[in-house]
Design a protein around this ligand. Sequence first.
Ligand SMILES: Cc1cc2nc3c(=O)[nH]c(=O)nc-3n(C[C@H](O)[C@H](O)[C@H](O)COP(=O)(O)OP(=O)(O)OC[C@H]3O[C@@H](n4cnc5c(N)ncnc54)[C@H](O)[C@@H]3O)c2cc1C
Length: 370
Amino acid sequence: MSSLTNDSFSDELISQDNYDAAVSQAALDLEGCSDPMAWRKHLVSSGNSKIDVPQYLGGSGFTSKKMADVFFRFGQLDVELRDVPGAGHARLLINTGKENVRDLLAPVCSGDWYFGIAMTEEQAGSDLTNLSTRASRSGSGFVITGRKKFNGRMLTASHFIVLTQADSDISEDGLALFLVPSELVHKSTIDGMGHSNFSWGSMQIDSVELPPDSRLDGVIPAHVILQKHFSYWRTMIASVALGCAEHAIKLAKLHMNRRQIQGRRLAEMSHLQRDLALHFASIKSTQLLRDWALNSPDCELSPSKLSSMVKAESVEHAISTLDFAMNVHGALGYSSELSLEKRYRDLMGLRFADGASDALRCSVGRAICK
Ligand SMILES: Cc1cc2nc3c(=O)[nH]c(=O)nc-3n(C[C@H](O)[C@H](O)[C@H](O)COP(=O)(O)OP(=O)(O)OC[C@H]3O[C@@H](n4cnc5c(N)ncnc54)[C@H](O)[C@@H]3O)c2cc1C
């Protein structure tokens, strides 16, 4: 008998097949909708939540391999929905070792809470040692002050996981993580090249007083929590990029078979056949790289470096594939009549979000050289 018997759903309801069916139904019901809350609520209402929450915390405990398939599916739909599957960034909580994790995850899994993550600042992106947001003790709790920039879900998130510098009496590694209710910070949005529905922007944190249990590190150091989370998360974002690229290849193939130029189908032109083969192979081989990394290979790279490699290569190959697919479509590919130009712009955001490709590649190169 499953340990989930007393939960509001059964193992049977949340099989991979049922989850796929629920996503397909949501895609029909919510066609064109980019509101992450609407998506989460829809998936909750069809009994499909907690998929990436471990069973000991009342979830379905999908493996990372299963989750990679789920994220791939969302990449086929819309890159901007990339933090909708499962608990999104709230999944970081399971790495904290805190006693209240189950209580904090419950409202996320019911679709009432949504977590954003606020690490980046104007002067601190790839290099988080430059953080200026700071936490100090205040009574039995904490006070934090600073300004975050280029973070997502400003208008959606009910809470943000906020990374700060911390006084030495708080944290040994000089970093701390807090769960901050969104109403305590001042938020504004910034326009980007893509991600127009991602409510990307800044937050001002003015001497925000937080209770002791808002601190997420402490049992486990902040850098360890983040490393674990991003080892998982970067592999999932890689899957989103691969799903997006796979969809673009499908569109390119269809168009090449339909479009006639001077009495010949594009599919008969050898330079496009060659490029199609190249992009098809690069996406399939990056998928194999991801699957190999997910199988915990016995190799010289740590899980963190493996996920950095998979994320950088998936995103960069996907961008190049979208460029090809747009080229095949000519003006139609450039126009907003197709989804390709939006997908391209959103993928360009993934080049930086969750770790810039260059920075990730350099960290992998350094690890290989060691
Ligand atoms: C769409 C989008 C969504 C985002 N969402 C969030 C979010 O929700 N929360 C959040 O906290 N942040 C978010 N970010 C910010 C993202 O995490 C940062 O953009 C990223 O960490 C890079 O930091 P930076 O932009 O300051 O670039 P920088 O760190 O200034 O890097 C600029 C360039 O310098 C080079 N470079 C930097 N470091 C290295 C290195 N070590 N080795 C080699 N080359 C290097 C690379 O070429 C890099 O592209 C988001 C960004 C985007 C675009």
